[in-house]
Design a protein around this ligand. Sequence first.
Ligand code: FAD
Length: 497
Amino acid sequence: STPPHVPALVIGTGYGGAVAALRLAQAGVEVRMVEMGMSWDTPGSDGKIFANTTKPDYRSFWLRTRTKQPINNFLGFPLDKDVPRHTGILDAEEFGGITVYQGRGVGGGSLVNGGMAVTPRRERFAAVLPSVNADEMYDRYYPRANAGLGVNHVDVAWWETADCYQFARVGRKHAQRSGFAFVFVPNVYDFDYMKREAAGLAPKSALAGEVIYGNNHGKRTLRQTYLARALATGKVTISPLHEVTSVAPAAGGGYVVVMNRLDTGGAVVASVSMTAGKVFFAAGSVGTGKLLTKLKATGALPGLNDEIGKSWGDNGNVMCGRANHMWDPTGKVQASMPTAGIDNWDAGGAFAEVAPLPTGIETYASLYLSITRNPNRAAFTWNAATGKVDLNWQTAWKQPSIEAAKTIFDKINAKEGTIYRTDLFGSYKIWGDHLTYHPLGGAVLNKATDNHGRLHGHPGLYVIDGALIPGNTTVNPFVTITALAERNIEEIIATDL
Ligand code: FAD
């Protein structure tokens, strides 16, 4: 029988995919979205859809039998534990030299992320996306993305006295005493909701420490924003638990898309095919990078060029903790949503997010996720022997990130008479240099694609996610991914439909 045909198929339901689906649907196009993760709309036996950060369970990890928590140690105790294998929400995907954390499910990374919605400084944009007209981005597409995502600002007067931001005020004090710029950053978490949580008027989510395994309340994920609007058009259908494995030219034009339907144990229960006039790769930097690398190497998409799989970076992510003195407690209850960072980009190549450590107890610890100027770039390659795609990133390539982060924290430690924590990422290990939350690149704009995401060699194929961005955004990436998707889909709708 002939497979069903859809005019447009979007692989993945994260930022790029959600923007593409909404704008195509508004232009009158029927869209099928295919998502390997679950739909995350049904509560578990505890009445909650998402598990708590401090108590990972079957919902927390993508097809693992043991957790792989980003902070895996505390005061000498390993934190990881056995969990049932399940199509959970956070994928700790392991490559040779790096673990890449990604959201799995309808909403992609928006389900698990910290919600920090940061627009890069205008003067730094040229280094982020050199071929893109910055005036258009800052006049039109960044504002459109911020509005579409429901970005809001914390009420600083409230923040100044809220118990749950004690940790951030300690972060500010230490930054400023060492002469660093401390900047507030917007977020997609509804800060009015958070105020109600703090006042005991609403069920707690950010104030219960929920974040990396999902938020039960308060967070405006893509499910509340772009995807809700896309579904409301009546033109968008989402198929969860479907993992795309192949895209190849169809005999009569368009493309054949092949996918595995999964059960919640990760087993393949069916193979499904569809044909599509246009296919949008929105599987995230790693998902899109891996898929295109495989499709080029195996000859399914022979027209793809040699830029496929290249220019992959980790946004310079590196984590560390500092041990504060007893007179600088960071608070028992910490809002899981960051509100601020330390900007030492120009002088030291680091922007450090003042991160919560929502353990529910006083730790006297300050935690930071630094985004740094790291020049190293990796490539995806097809491994015919294993039938998998490898990434050649090496752990030692984080050294420039560590040096950049030290420009901030060595100085703060010297000024405060404090030391680094050595217990959070292993025993006697200061730097969380084995991971990233911010994979970027793999099918870079104006290299693997034209300047609007059209893949070279195969008309009707597009990349519209973080794979377009060559490895670094100087800040947290999802606003830039969203704004770039808004820019590209506008052009594609105007000229290609
Ligand atoms: P994604 O959002 O990753 O979406 C891709 C989707 O495609 C996923 O749902 C995936 O399951 C699906 N998929 C992949 N392969 C396939 C396939 N073969 N078939 C079908 N579906 C597939 N960024 C910020 O800006 N601010 C933050 O505060 C922040 N905090 C973060 C915290 C954590 C713990 C993590 C993990 C990330 C964080 N990020 C943050 C990063 C941000 O979430 C990502 O940059 C963003 O989600 C990437 O968007 P995307 O559209 O490229 O892809």
